[in-house]
Design a protein. Structure first.
Length: 318
């Protein structure tokens, strides 16, 4: 593989800010261009950053043509809860944004494209436990519908145009370097910020709502491992199931209490409960483990300890 030049679209988001740092470590800061529709904040400002709106198609395509990127990580998307409040824009960004990237990959022969799918592509009739790689998918959110359709488009562009596009069906991602971004699983992000600042948290899901989750460090490693794997090992061109753990609000609260004994959680379920109830409880990711050696490292205790150790210092620094 020759000299790499990497573009990250939506670098300012929850995944983007940490994946960009992983790309700096792998390829060198000078070879990564992080972009978003608003100015860089926090650690992102320490690398190459430009304002870029993937939906401004002509300007986006010219940017791709001028910079001769070898890889594009397209992360810009509206998440599940926010998408239900603005379905038209969620479909426009999540669907048209992906198609503009895939068309640019064909036209300018971009070597590799990464696009995130989600367990939100599954729905209420999908088997809930150990959800298989290939199964019924009847998503009930605009976000989930866009992820299911996006997976089909990724496979189509690979088969019809040879685009080396790769994808992961992320579970709920938990990180501490950005505030929650409008996801249904983001209770498990916000709870840490609230536990440290207020020692209490009002959860918008019921205490026994089990969902597949993953620590951001594992999500970044899975993404880079997938993208660095030889093409002949990638047998799934829609999107790979990956998983690390499943937990419910009651369990993450108990884990936080081990570090902050007087932390208190209350529950007030809202519209996001119905979204969570439509998703799997646990995921079978044996195909990813077999094809390219996926292996998670963080369970709930390790994740909670790592976040509560690092978050205070990170908040003080940024
Ligand atoms: C959301 N964090 O809640 C995202 C994720 C599985 C959920 O895709 O919308």
């Amino acid at each position: 593989m020759g000299k790499q030049k990497i573009l990250v679209i939506g670098a300012g988001g929850q995944l983007g800010s940490e994946l960009t740092q992983g790309l700096w470590r792998l390829h060198g800061k000078e070879n990564v261009v992080a972009t978003d529709i608003k100015d860089a904040e926090g650690i992102l400002a320490e690398g190459n950053f430009e304002i870029l709106d993937v939906l401004k198609r002509d300007a986006f395509t010219s940017f791709i043509q001028k910079n001769k990127f070898t890889q594009v990580y397209h992360l810009a998307a509206v998440l599940s809860a926010t998408g239900e409040k603005n379905p038209g824009f969620a479909w426009h960004l999540n669907m048209d944004g992906l198609l503009y990237v895939l068309d640019a990959a064909v036209e300018y022969k971009i070597e590799k494209v990464y696009w995130p799918s989600s367990i939100a592509a599954f729905g209420p009739t999908t088997p809930k436990q150990n959800t298989p790689q290939d199964t019924v998918m009847d998503p009930t959110t605009v976000y989930g519908i866009s992820k299911q359709a996006g997976e089909r488009w990724c496979q189509w562009y690979h088969e019809k145009h040879g685009v080396d596009v790769r994808s992961l069906r992320y579970p709920g991602l938990i990180g501490y370097k950005t505030k929650p971004g409008g996801g249904t699983t983001d209770y498990a992000v916000d709870i840490f910020f609230q536990a440290l600042s207020e020692k209490k948290y009002e959860c918008f899901l019921k205490p026994d709502t089990y969902l597949p989750m993953m620590y951001m460090d594992d999500a970044v490693k899975a993404t880079l491992d997938l993208m660095e794997a030889p093409a002949e090992k990638i047998h799934v061109r829609s999107s790979y199931n990956i998983s690390a753990m499943s937990f419910c609000p009651e369990e993450i609260s108990a884990e936080i209490k081990k570090h902050i004994p007087d932390f208190n959680i209350t529950y007030k379920a809202d519209f996001r409960q119905a979204i969570a109830d439509s998703w799997p409880r646990s995921i079978d990711d044996s195909r990813a483990r077999a094809d390219w050696g996926w292996q998670h490292r963080f369970g709930l205790p390790e994740m909670a300890a790592d976040i509560l150790k690092n978050l205070p210092e990170y908040l003080a620094a940024y």
